[in-house]
Design a protein around this ligand. Sequence first.
Ligand code: 5AD
Ligand code: SF4
Length: 443
Amino acid sequence: MKCCVVTLGCQMNQSDSERIRSVIEGMGFEMVDTEEEASLIGVVACSVRQKAIDKVYSKIRKWNQWKNEKPLVTFVSGCILPADEEKFLKQFDLVFRMNELPDLPDMLHQCGVASEFSAKHPFNDLHREDERTDFWQIDPTYSSDFDAFVPIQNGCDKFCSYCAVPYTRGREVSRASEDILAEVRRLVERGVKAITLLGQNVNSYGLDKKGQEISFAQLLRKVGELGQASGKEFWVYFTSPHPRDMTRDVIEAIADYDCLAKQIHLPLQSGDEKLLRRMNRNHSIEDYLKIVDDIRELLPTATLFTDIIVGFSGETDEQFENSAKVMERVGYNMAYVAKYSPRVGARSARWEDDISPQLKSERLARLSEILKRTSKAHNDAMVGKTYRVLIERVDPRMASALSGRTEGKLPVRVVDAPAELVGTFQEVGITSASELSLTGRLA
Ligand code: 5AD
Ligand code: SF4
């Protein structure tokens, strides 16, 4: 019995897939990489990205044809809008939400999948709550030996007007901190080198369980303590935070512990007050810049990444220029600039998408140019110095080189280095810098 799980989404979806794989492996399936070999095929997708959904439709059409030739069961999960869910129900054998994952063996049985699953399955003993969070207690099958995702929260209550996530993943629910810390501890004992705490809105962690759960800053401190006590070296990241909940104590916690990586992804979305309000972001540019100043003061070595949307409904030239100004002022190391596109379910989908594709492209190019300039200036200043680099893979374009990243997540190509270093930390002397990456040699 072979199963293939295809992931078409973000890091959160990859993390979902890791847990889905565990449950299916627990049923006695062997996981394979090719769809053709499998008798059970699943796709973990994201309605927020129309491209992902288009791909799901093309895949399910193909898989449904295969059903004429061999027995095949298909399922879909991930971040699915109710409207897509309804359509998928007609095409897939099974559609489920991530918080129903513990029931997957039962659901697959109902679809006629025979397995070694018995009534004594461990998931049957998990306690049930109104907000189902027992899927987090499933040990994931991690896809890397040294880089792991740990979900700390599911869903989002922020309702940014352009965003469909609150409708695909539901209300914000925090995972129990003991469970998070237990998973982090297991990963550290296994020798993992990088851990990313995942959530749609990580720094509002605990706010849904007021008084019963610790805050995000306290959670970071506990992870920091755990790192110190372990005596091991690893870097802990989190993504994504919301500026509104980015309190100074979060930044102070990061400053206090070596294992908390000095890299912060702080979505800006727009540099214009009025657009921020229309986006329902609920903070001002001044608030945002104050956080940046706190980061520069308390974490002087930190790199800063962001997400920005260009061509949002009604964005004037002047409003766009305000985004450009904030980008210049902050000097990001990385920015994921997206052209606005209406997402079904999101509030702004009812507003006019009135910025032409051409103008969106021009604005995107302007911001990319600013990013490349500020990032290059930062990278140039690293030349001649030595940095710790986590080696991630053999360089896909040069067999004698490796590629890795610094604590600040800046990509580094390490020339003349052996493949056995993948998954280790190395001291690398930086020899040259380009706009968005660095080159160096083992020191
Ligand atoms: N159009 C363009 N970009 C979007 N994002 C979210 N919704 C939209 C949309 N409707 C971007 C935001 C977010 C990132 C994950 O995707 O910048 O931070
Ligand atoms: Fe939530 Fe806004 Fe992030 Fe969407 S963009 S997941 S609504 S905080």
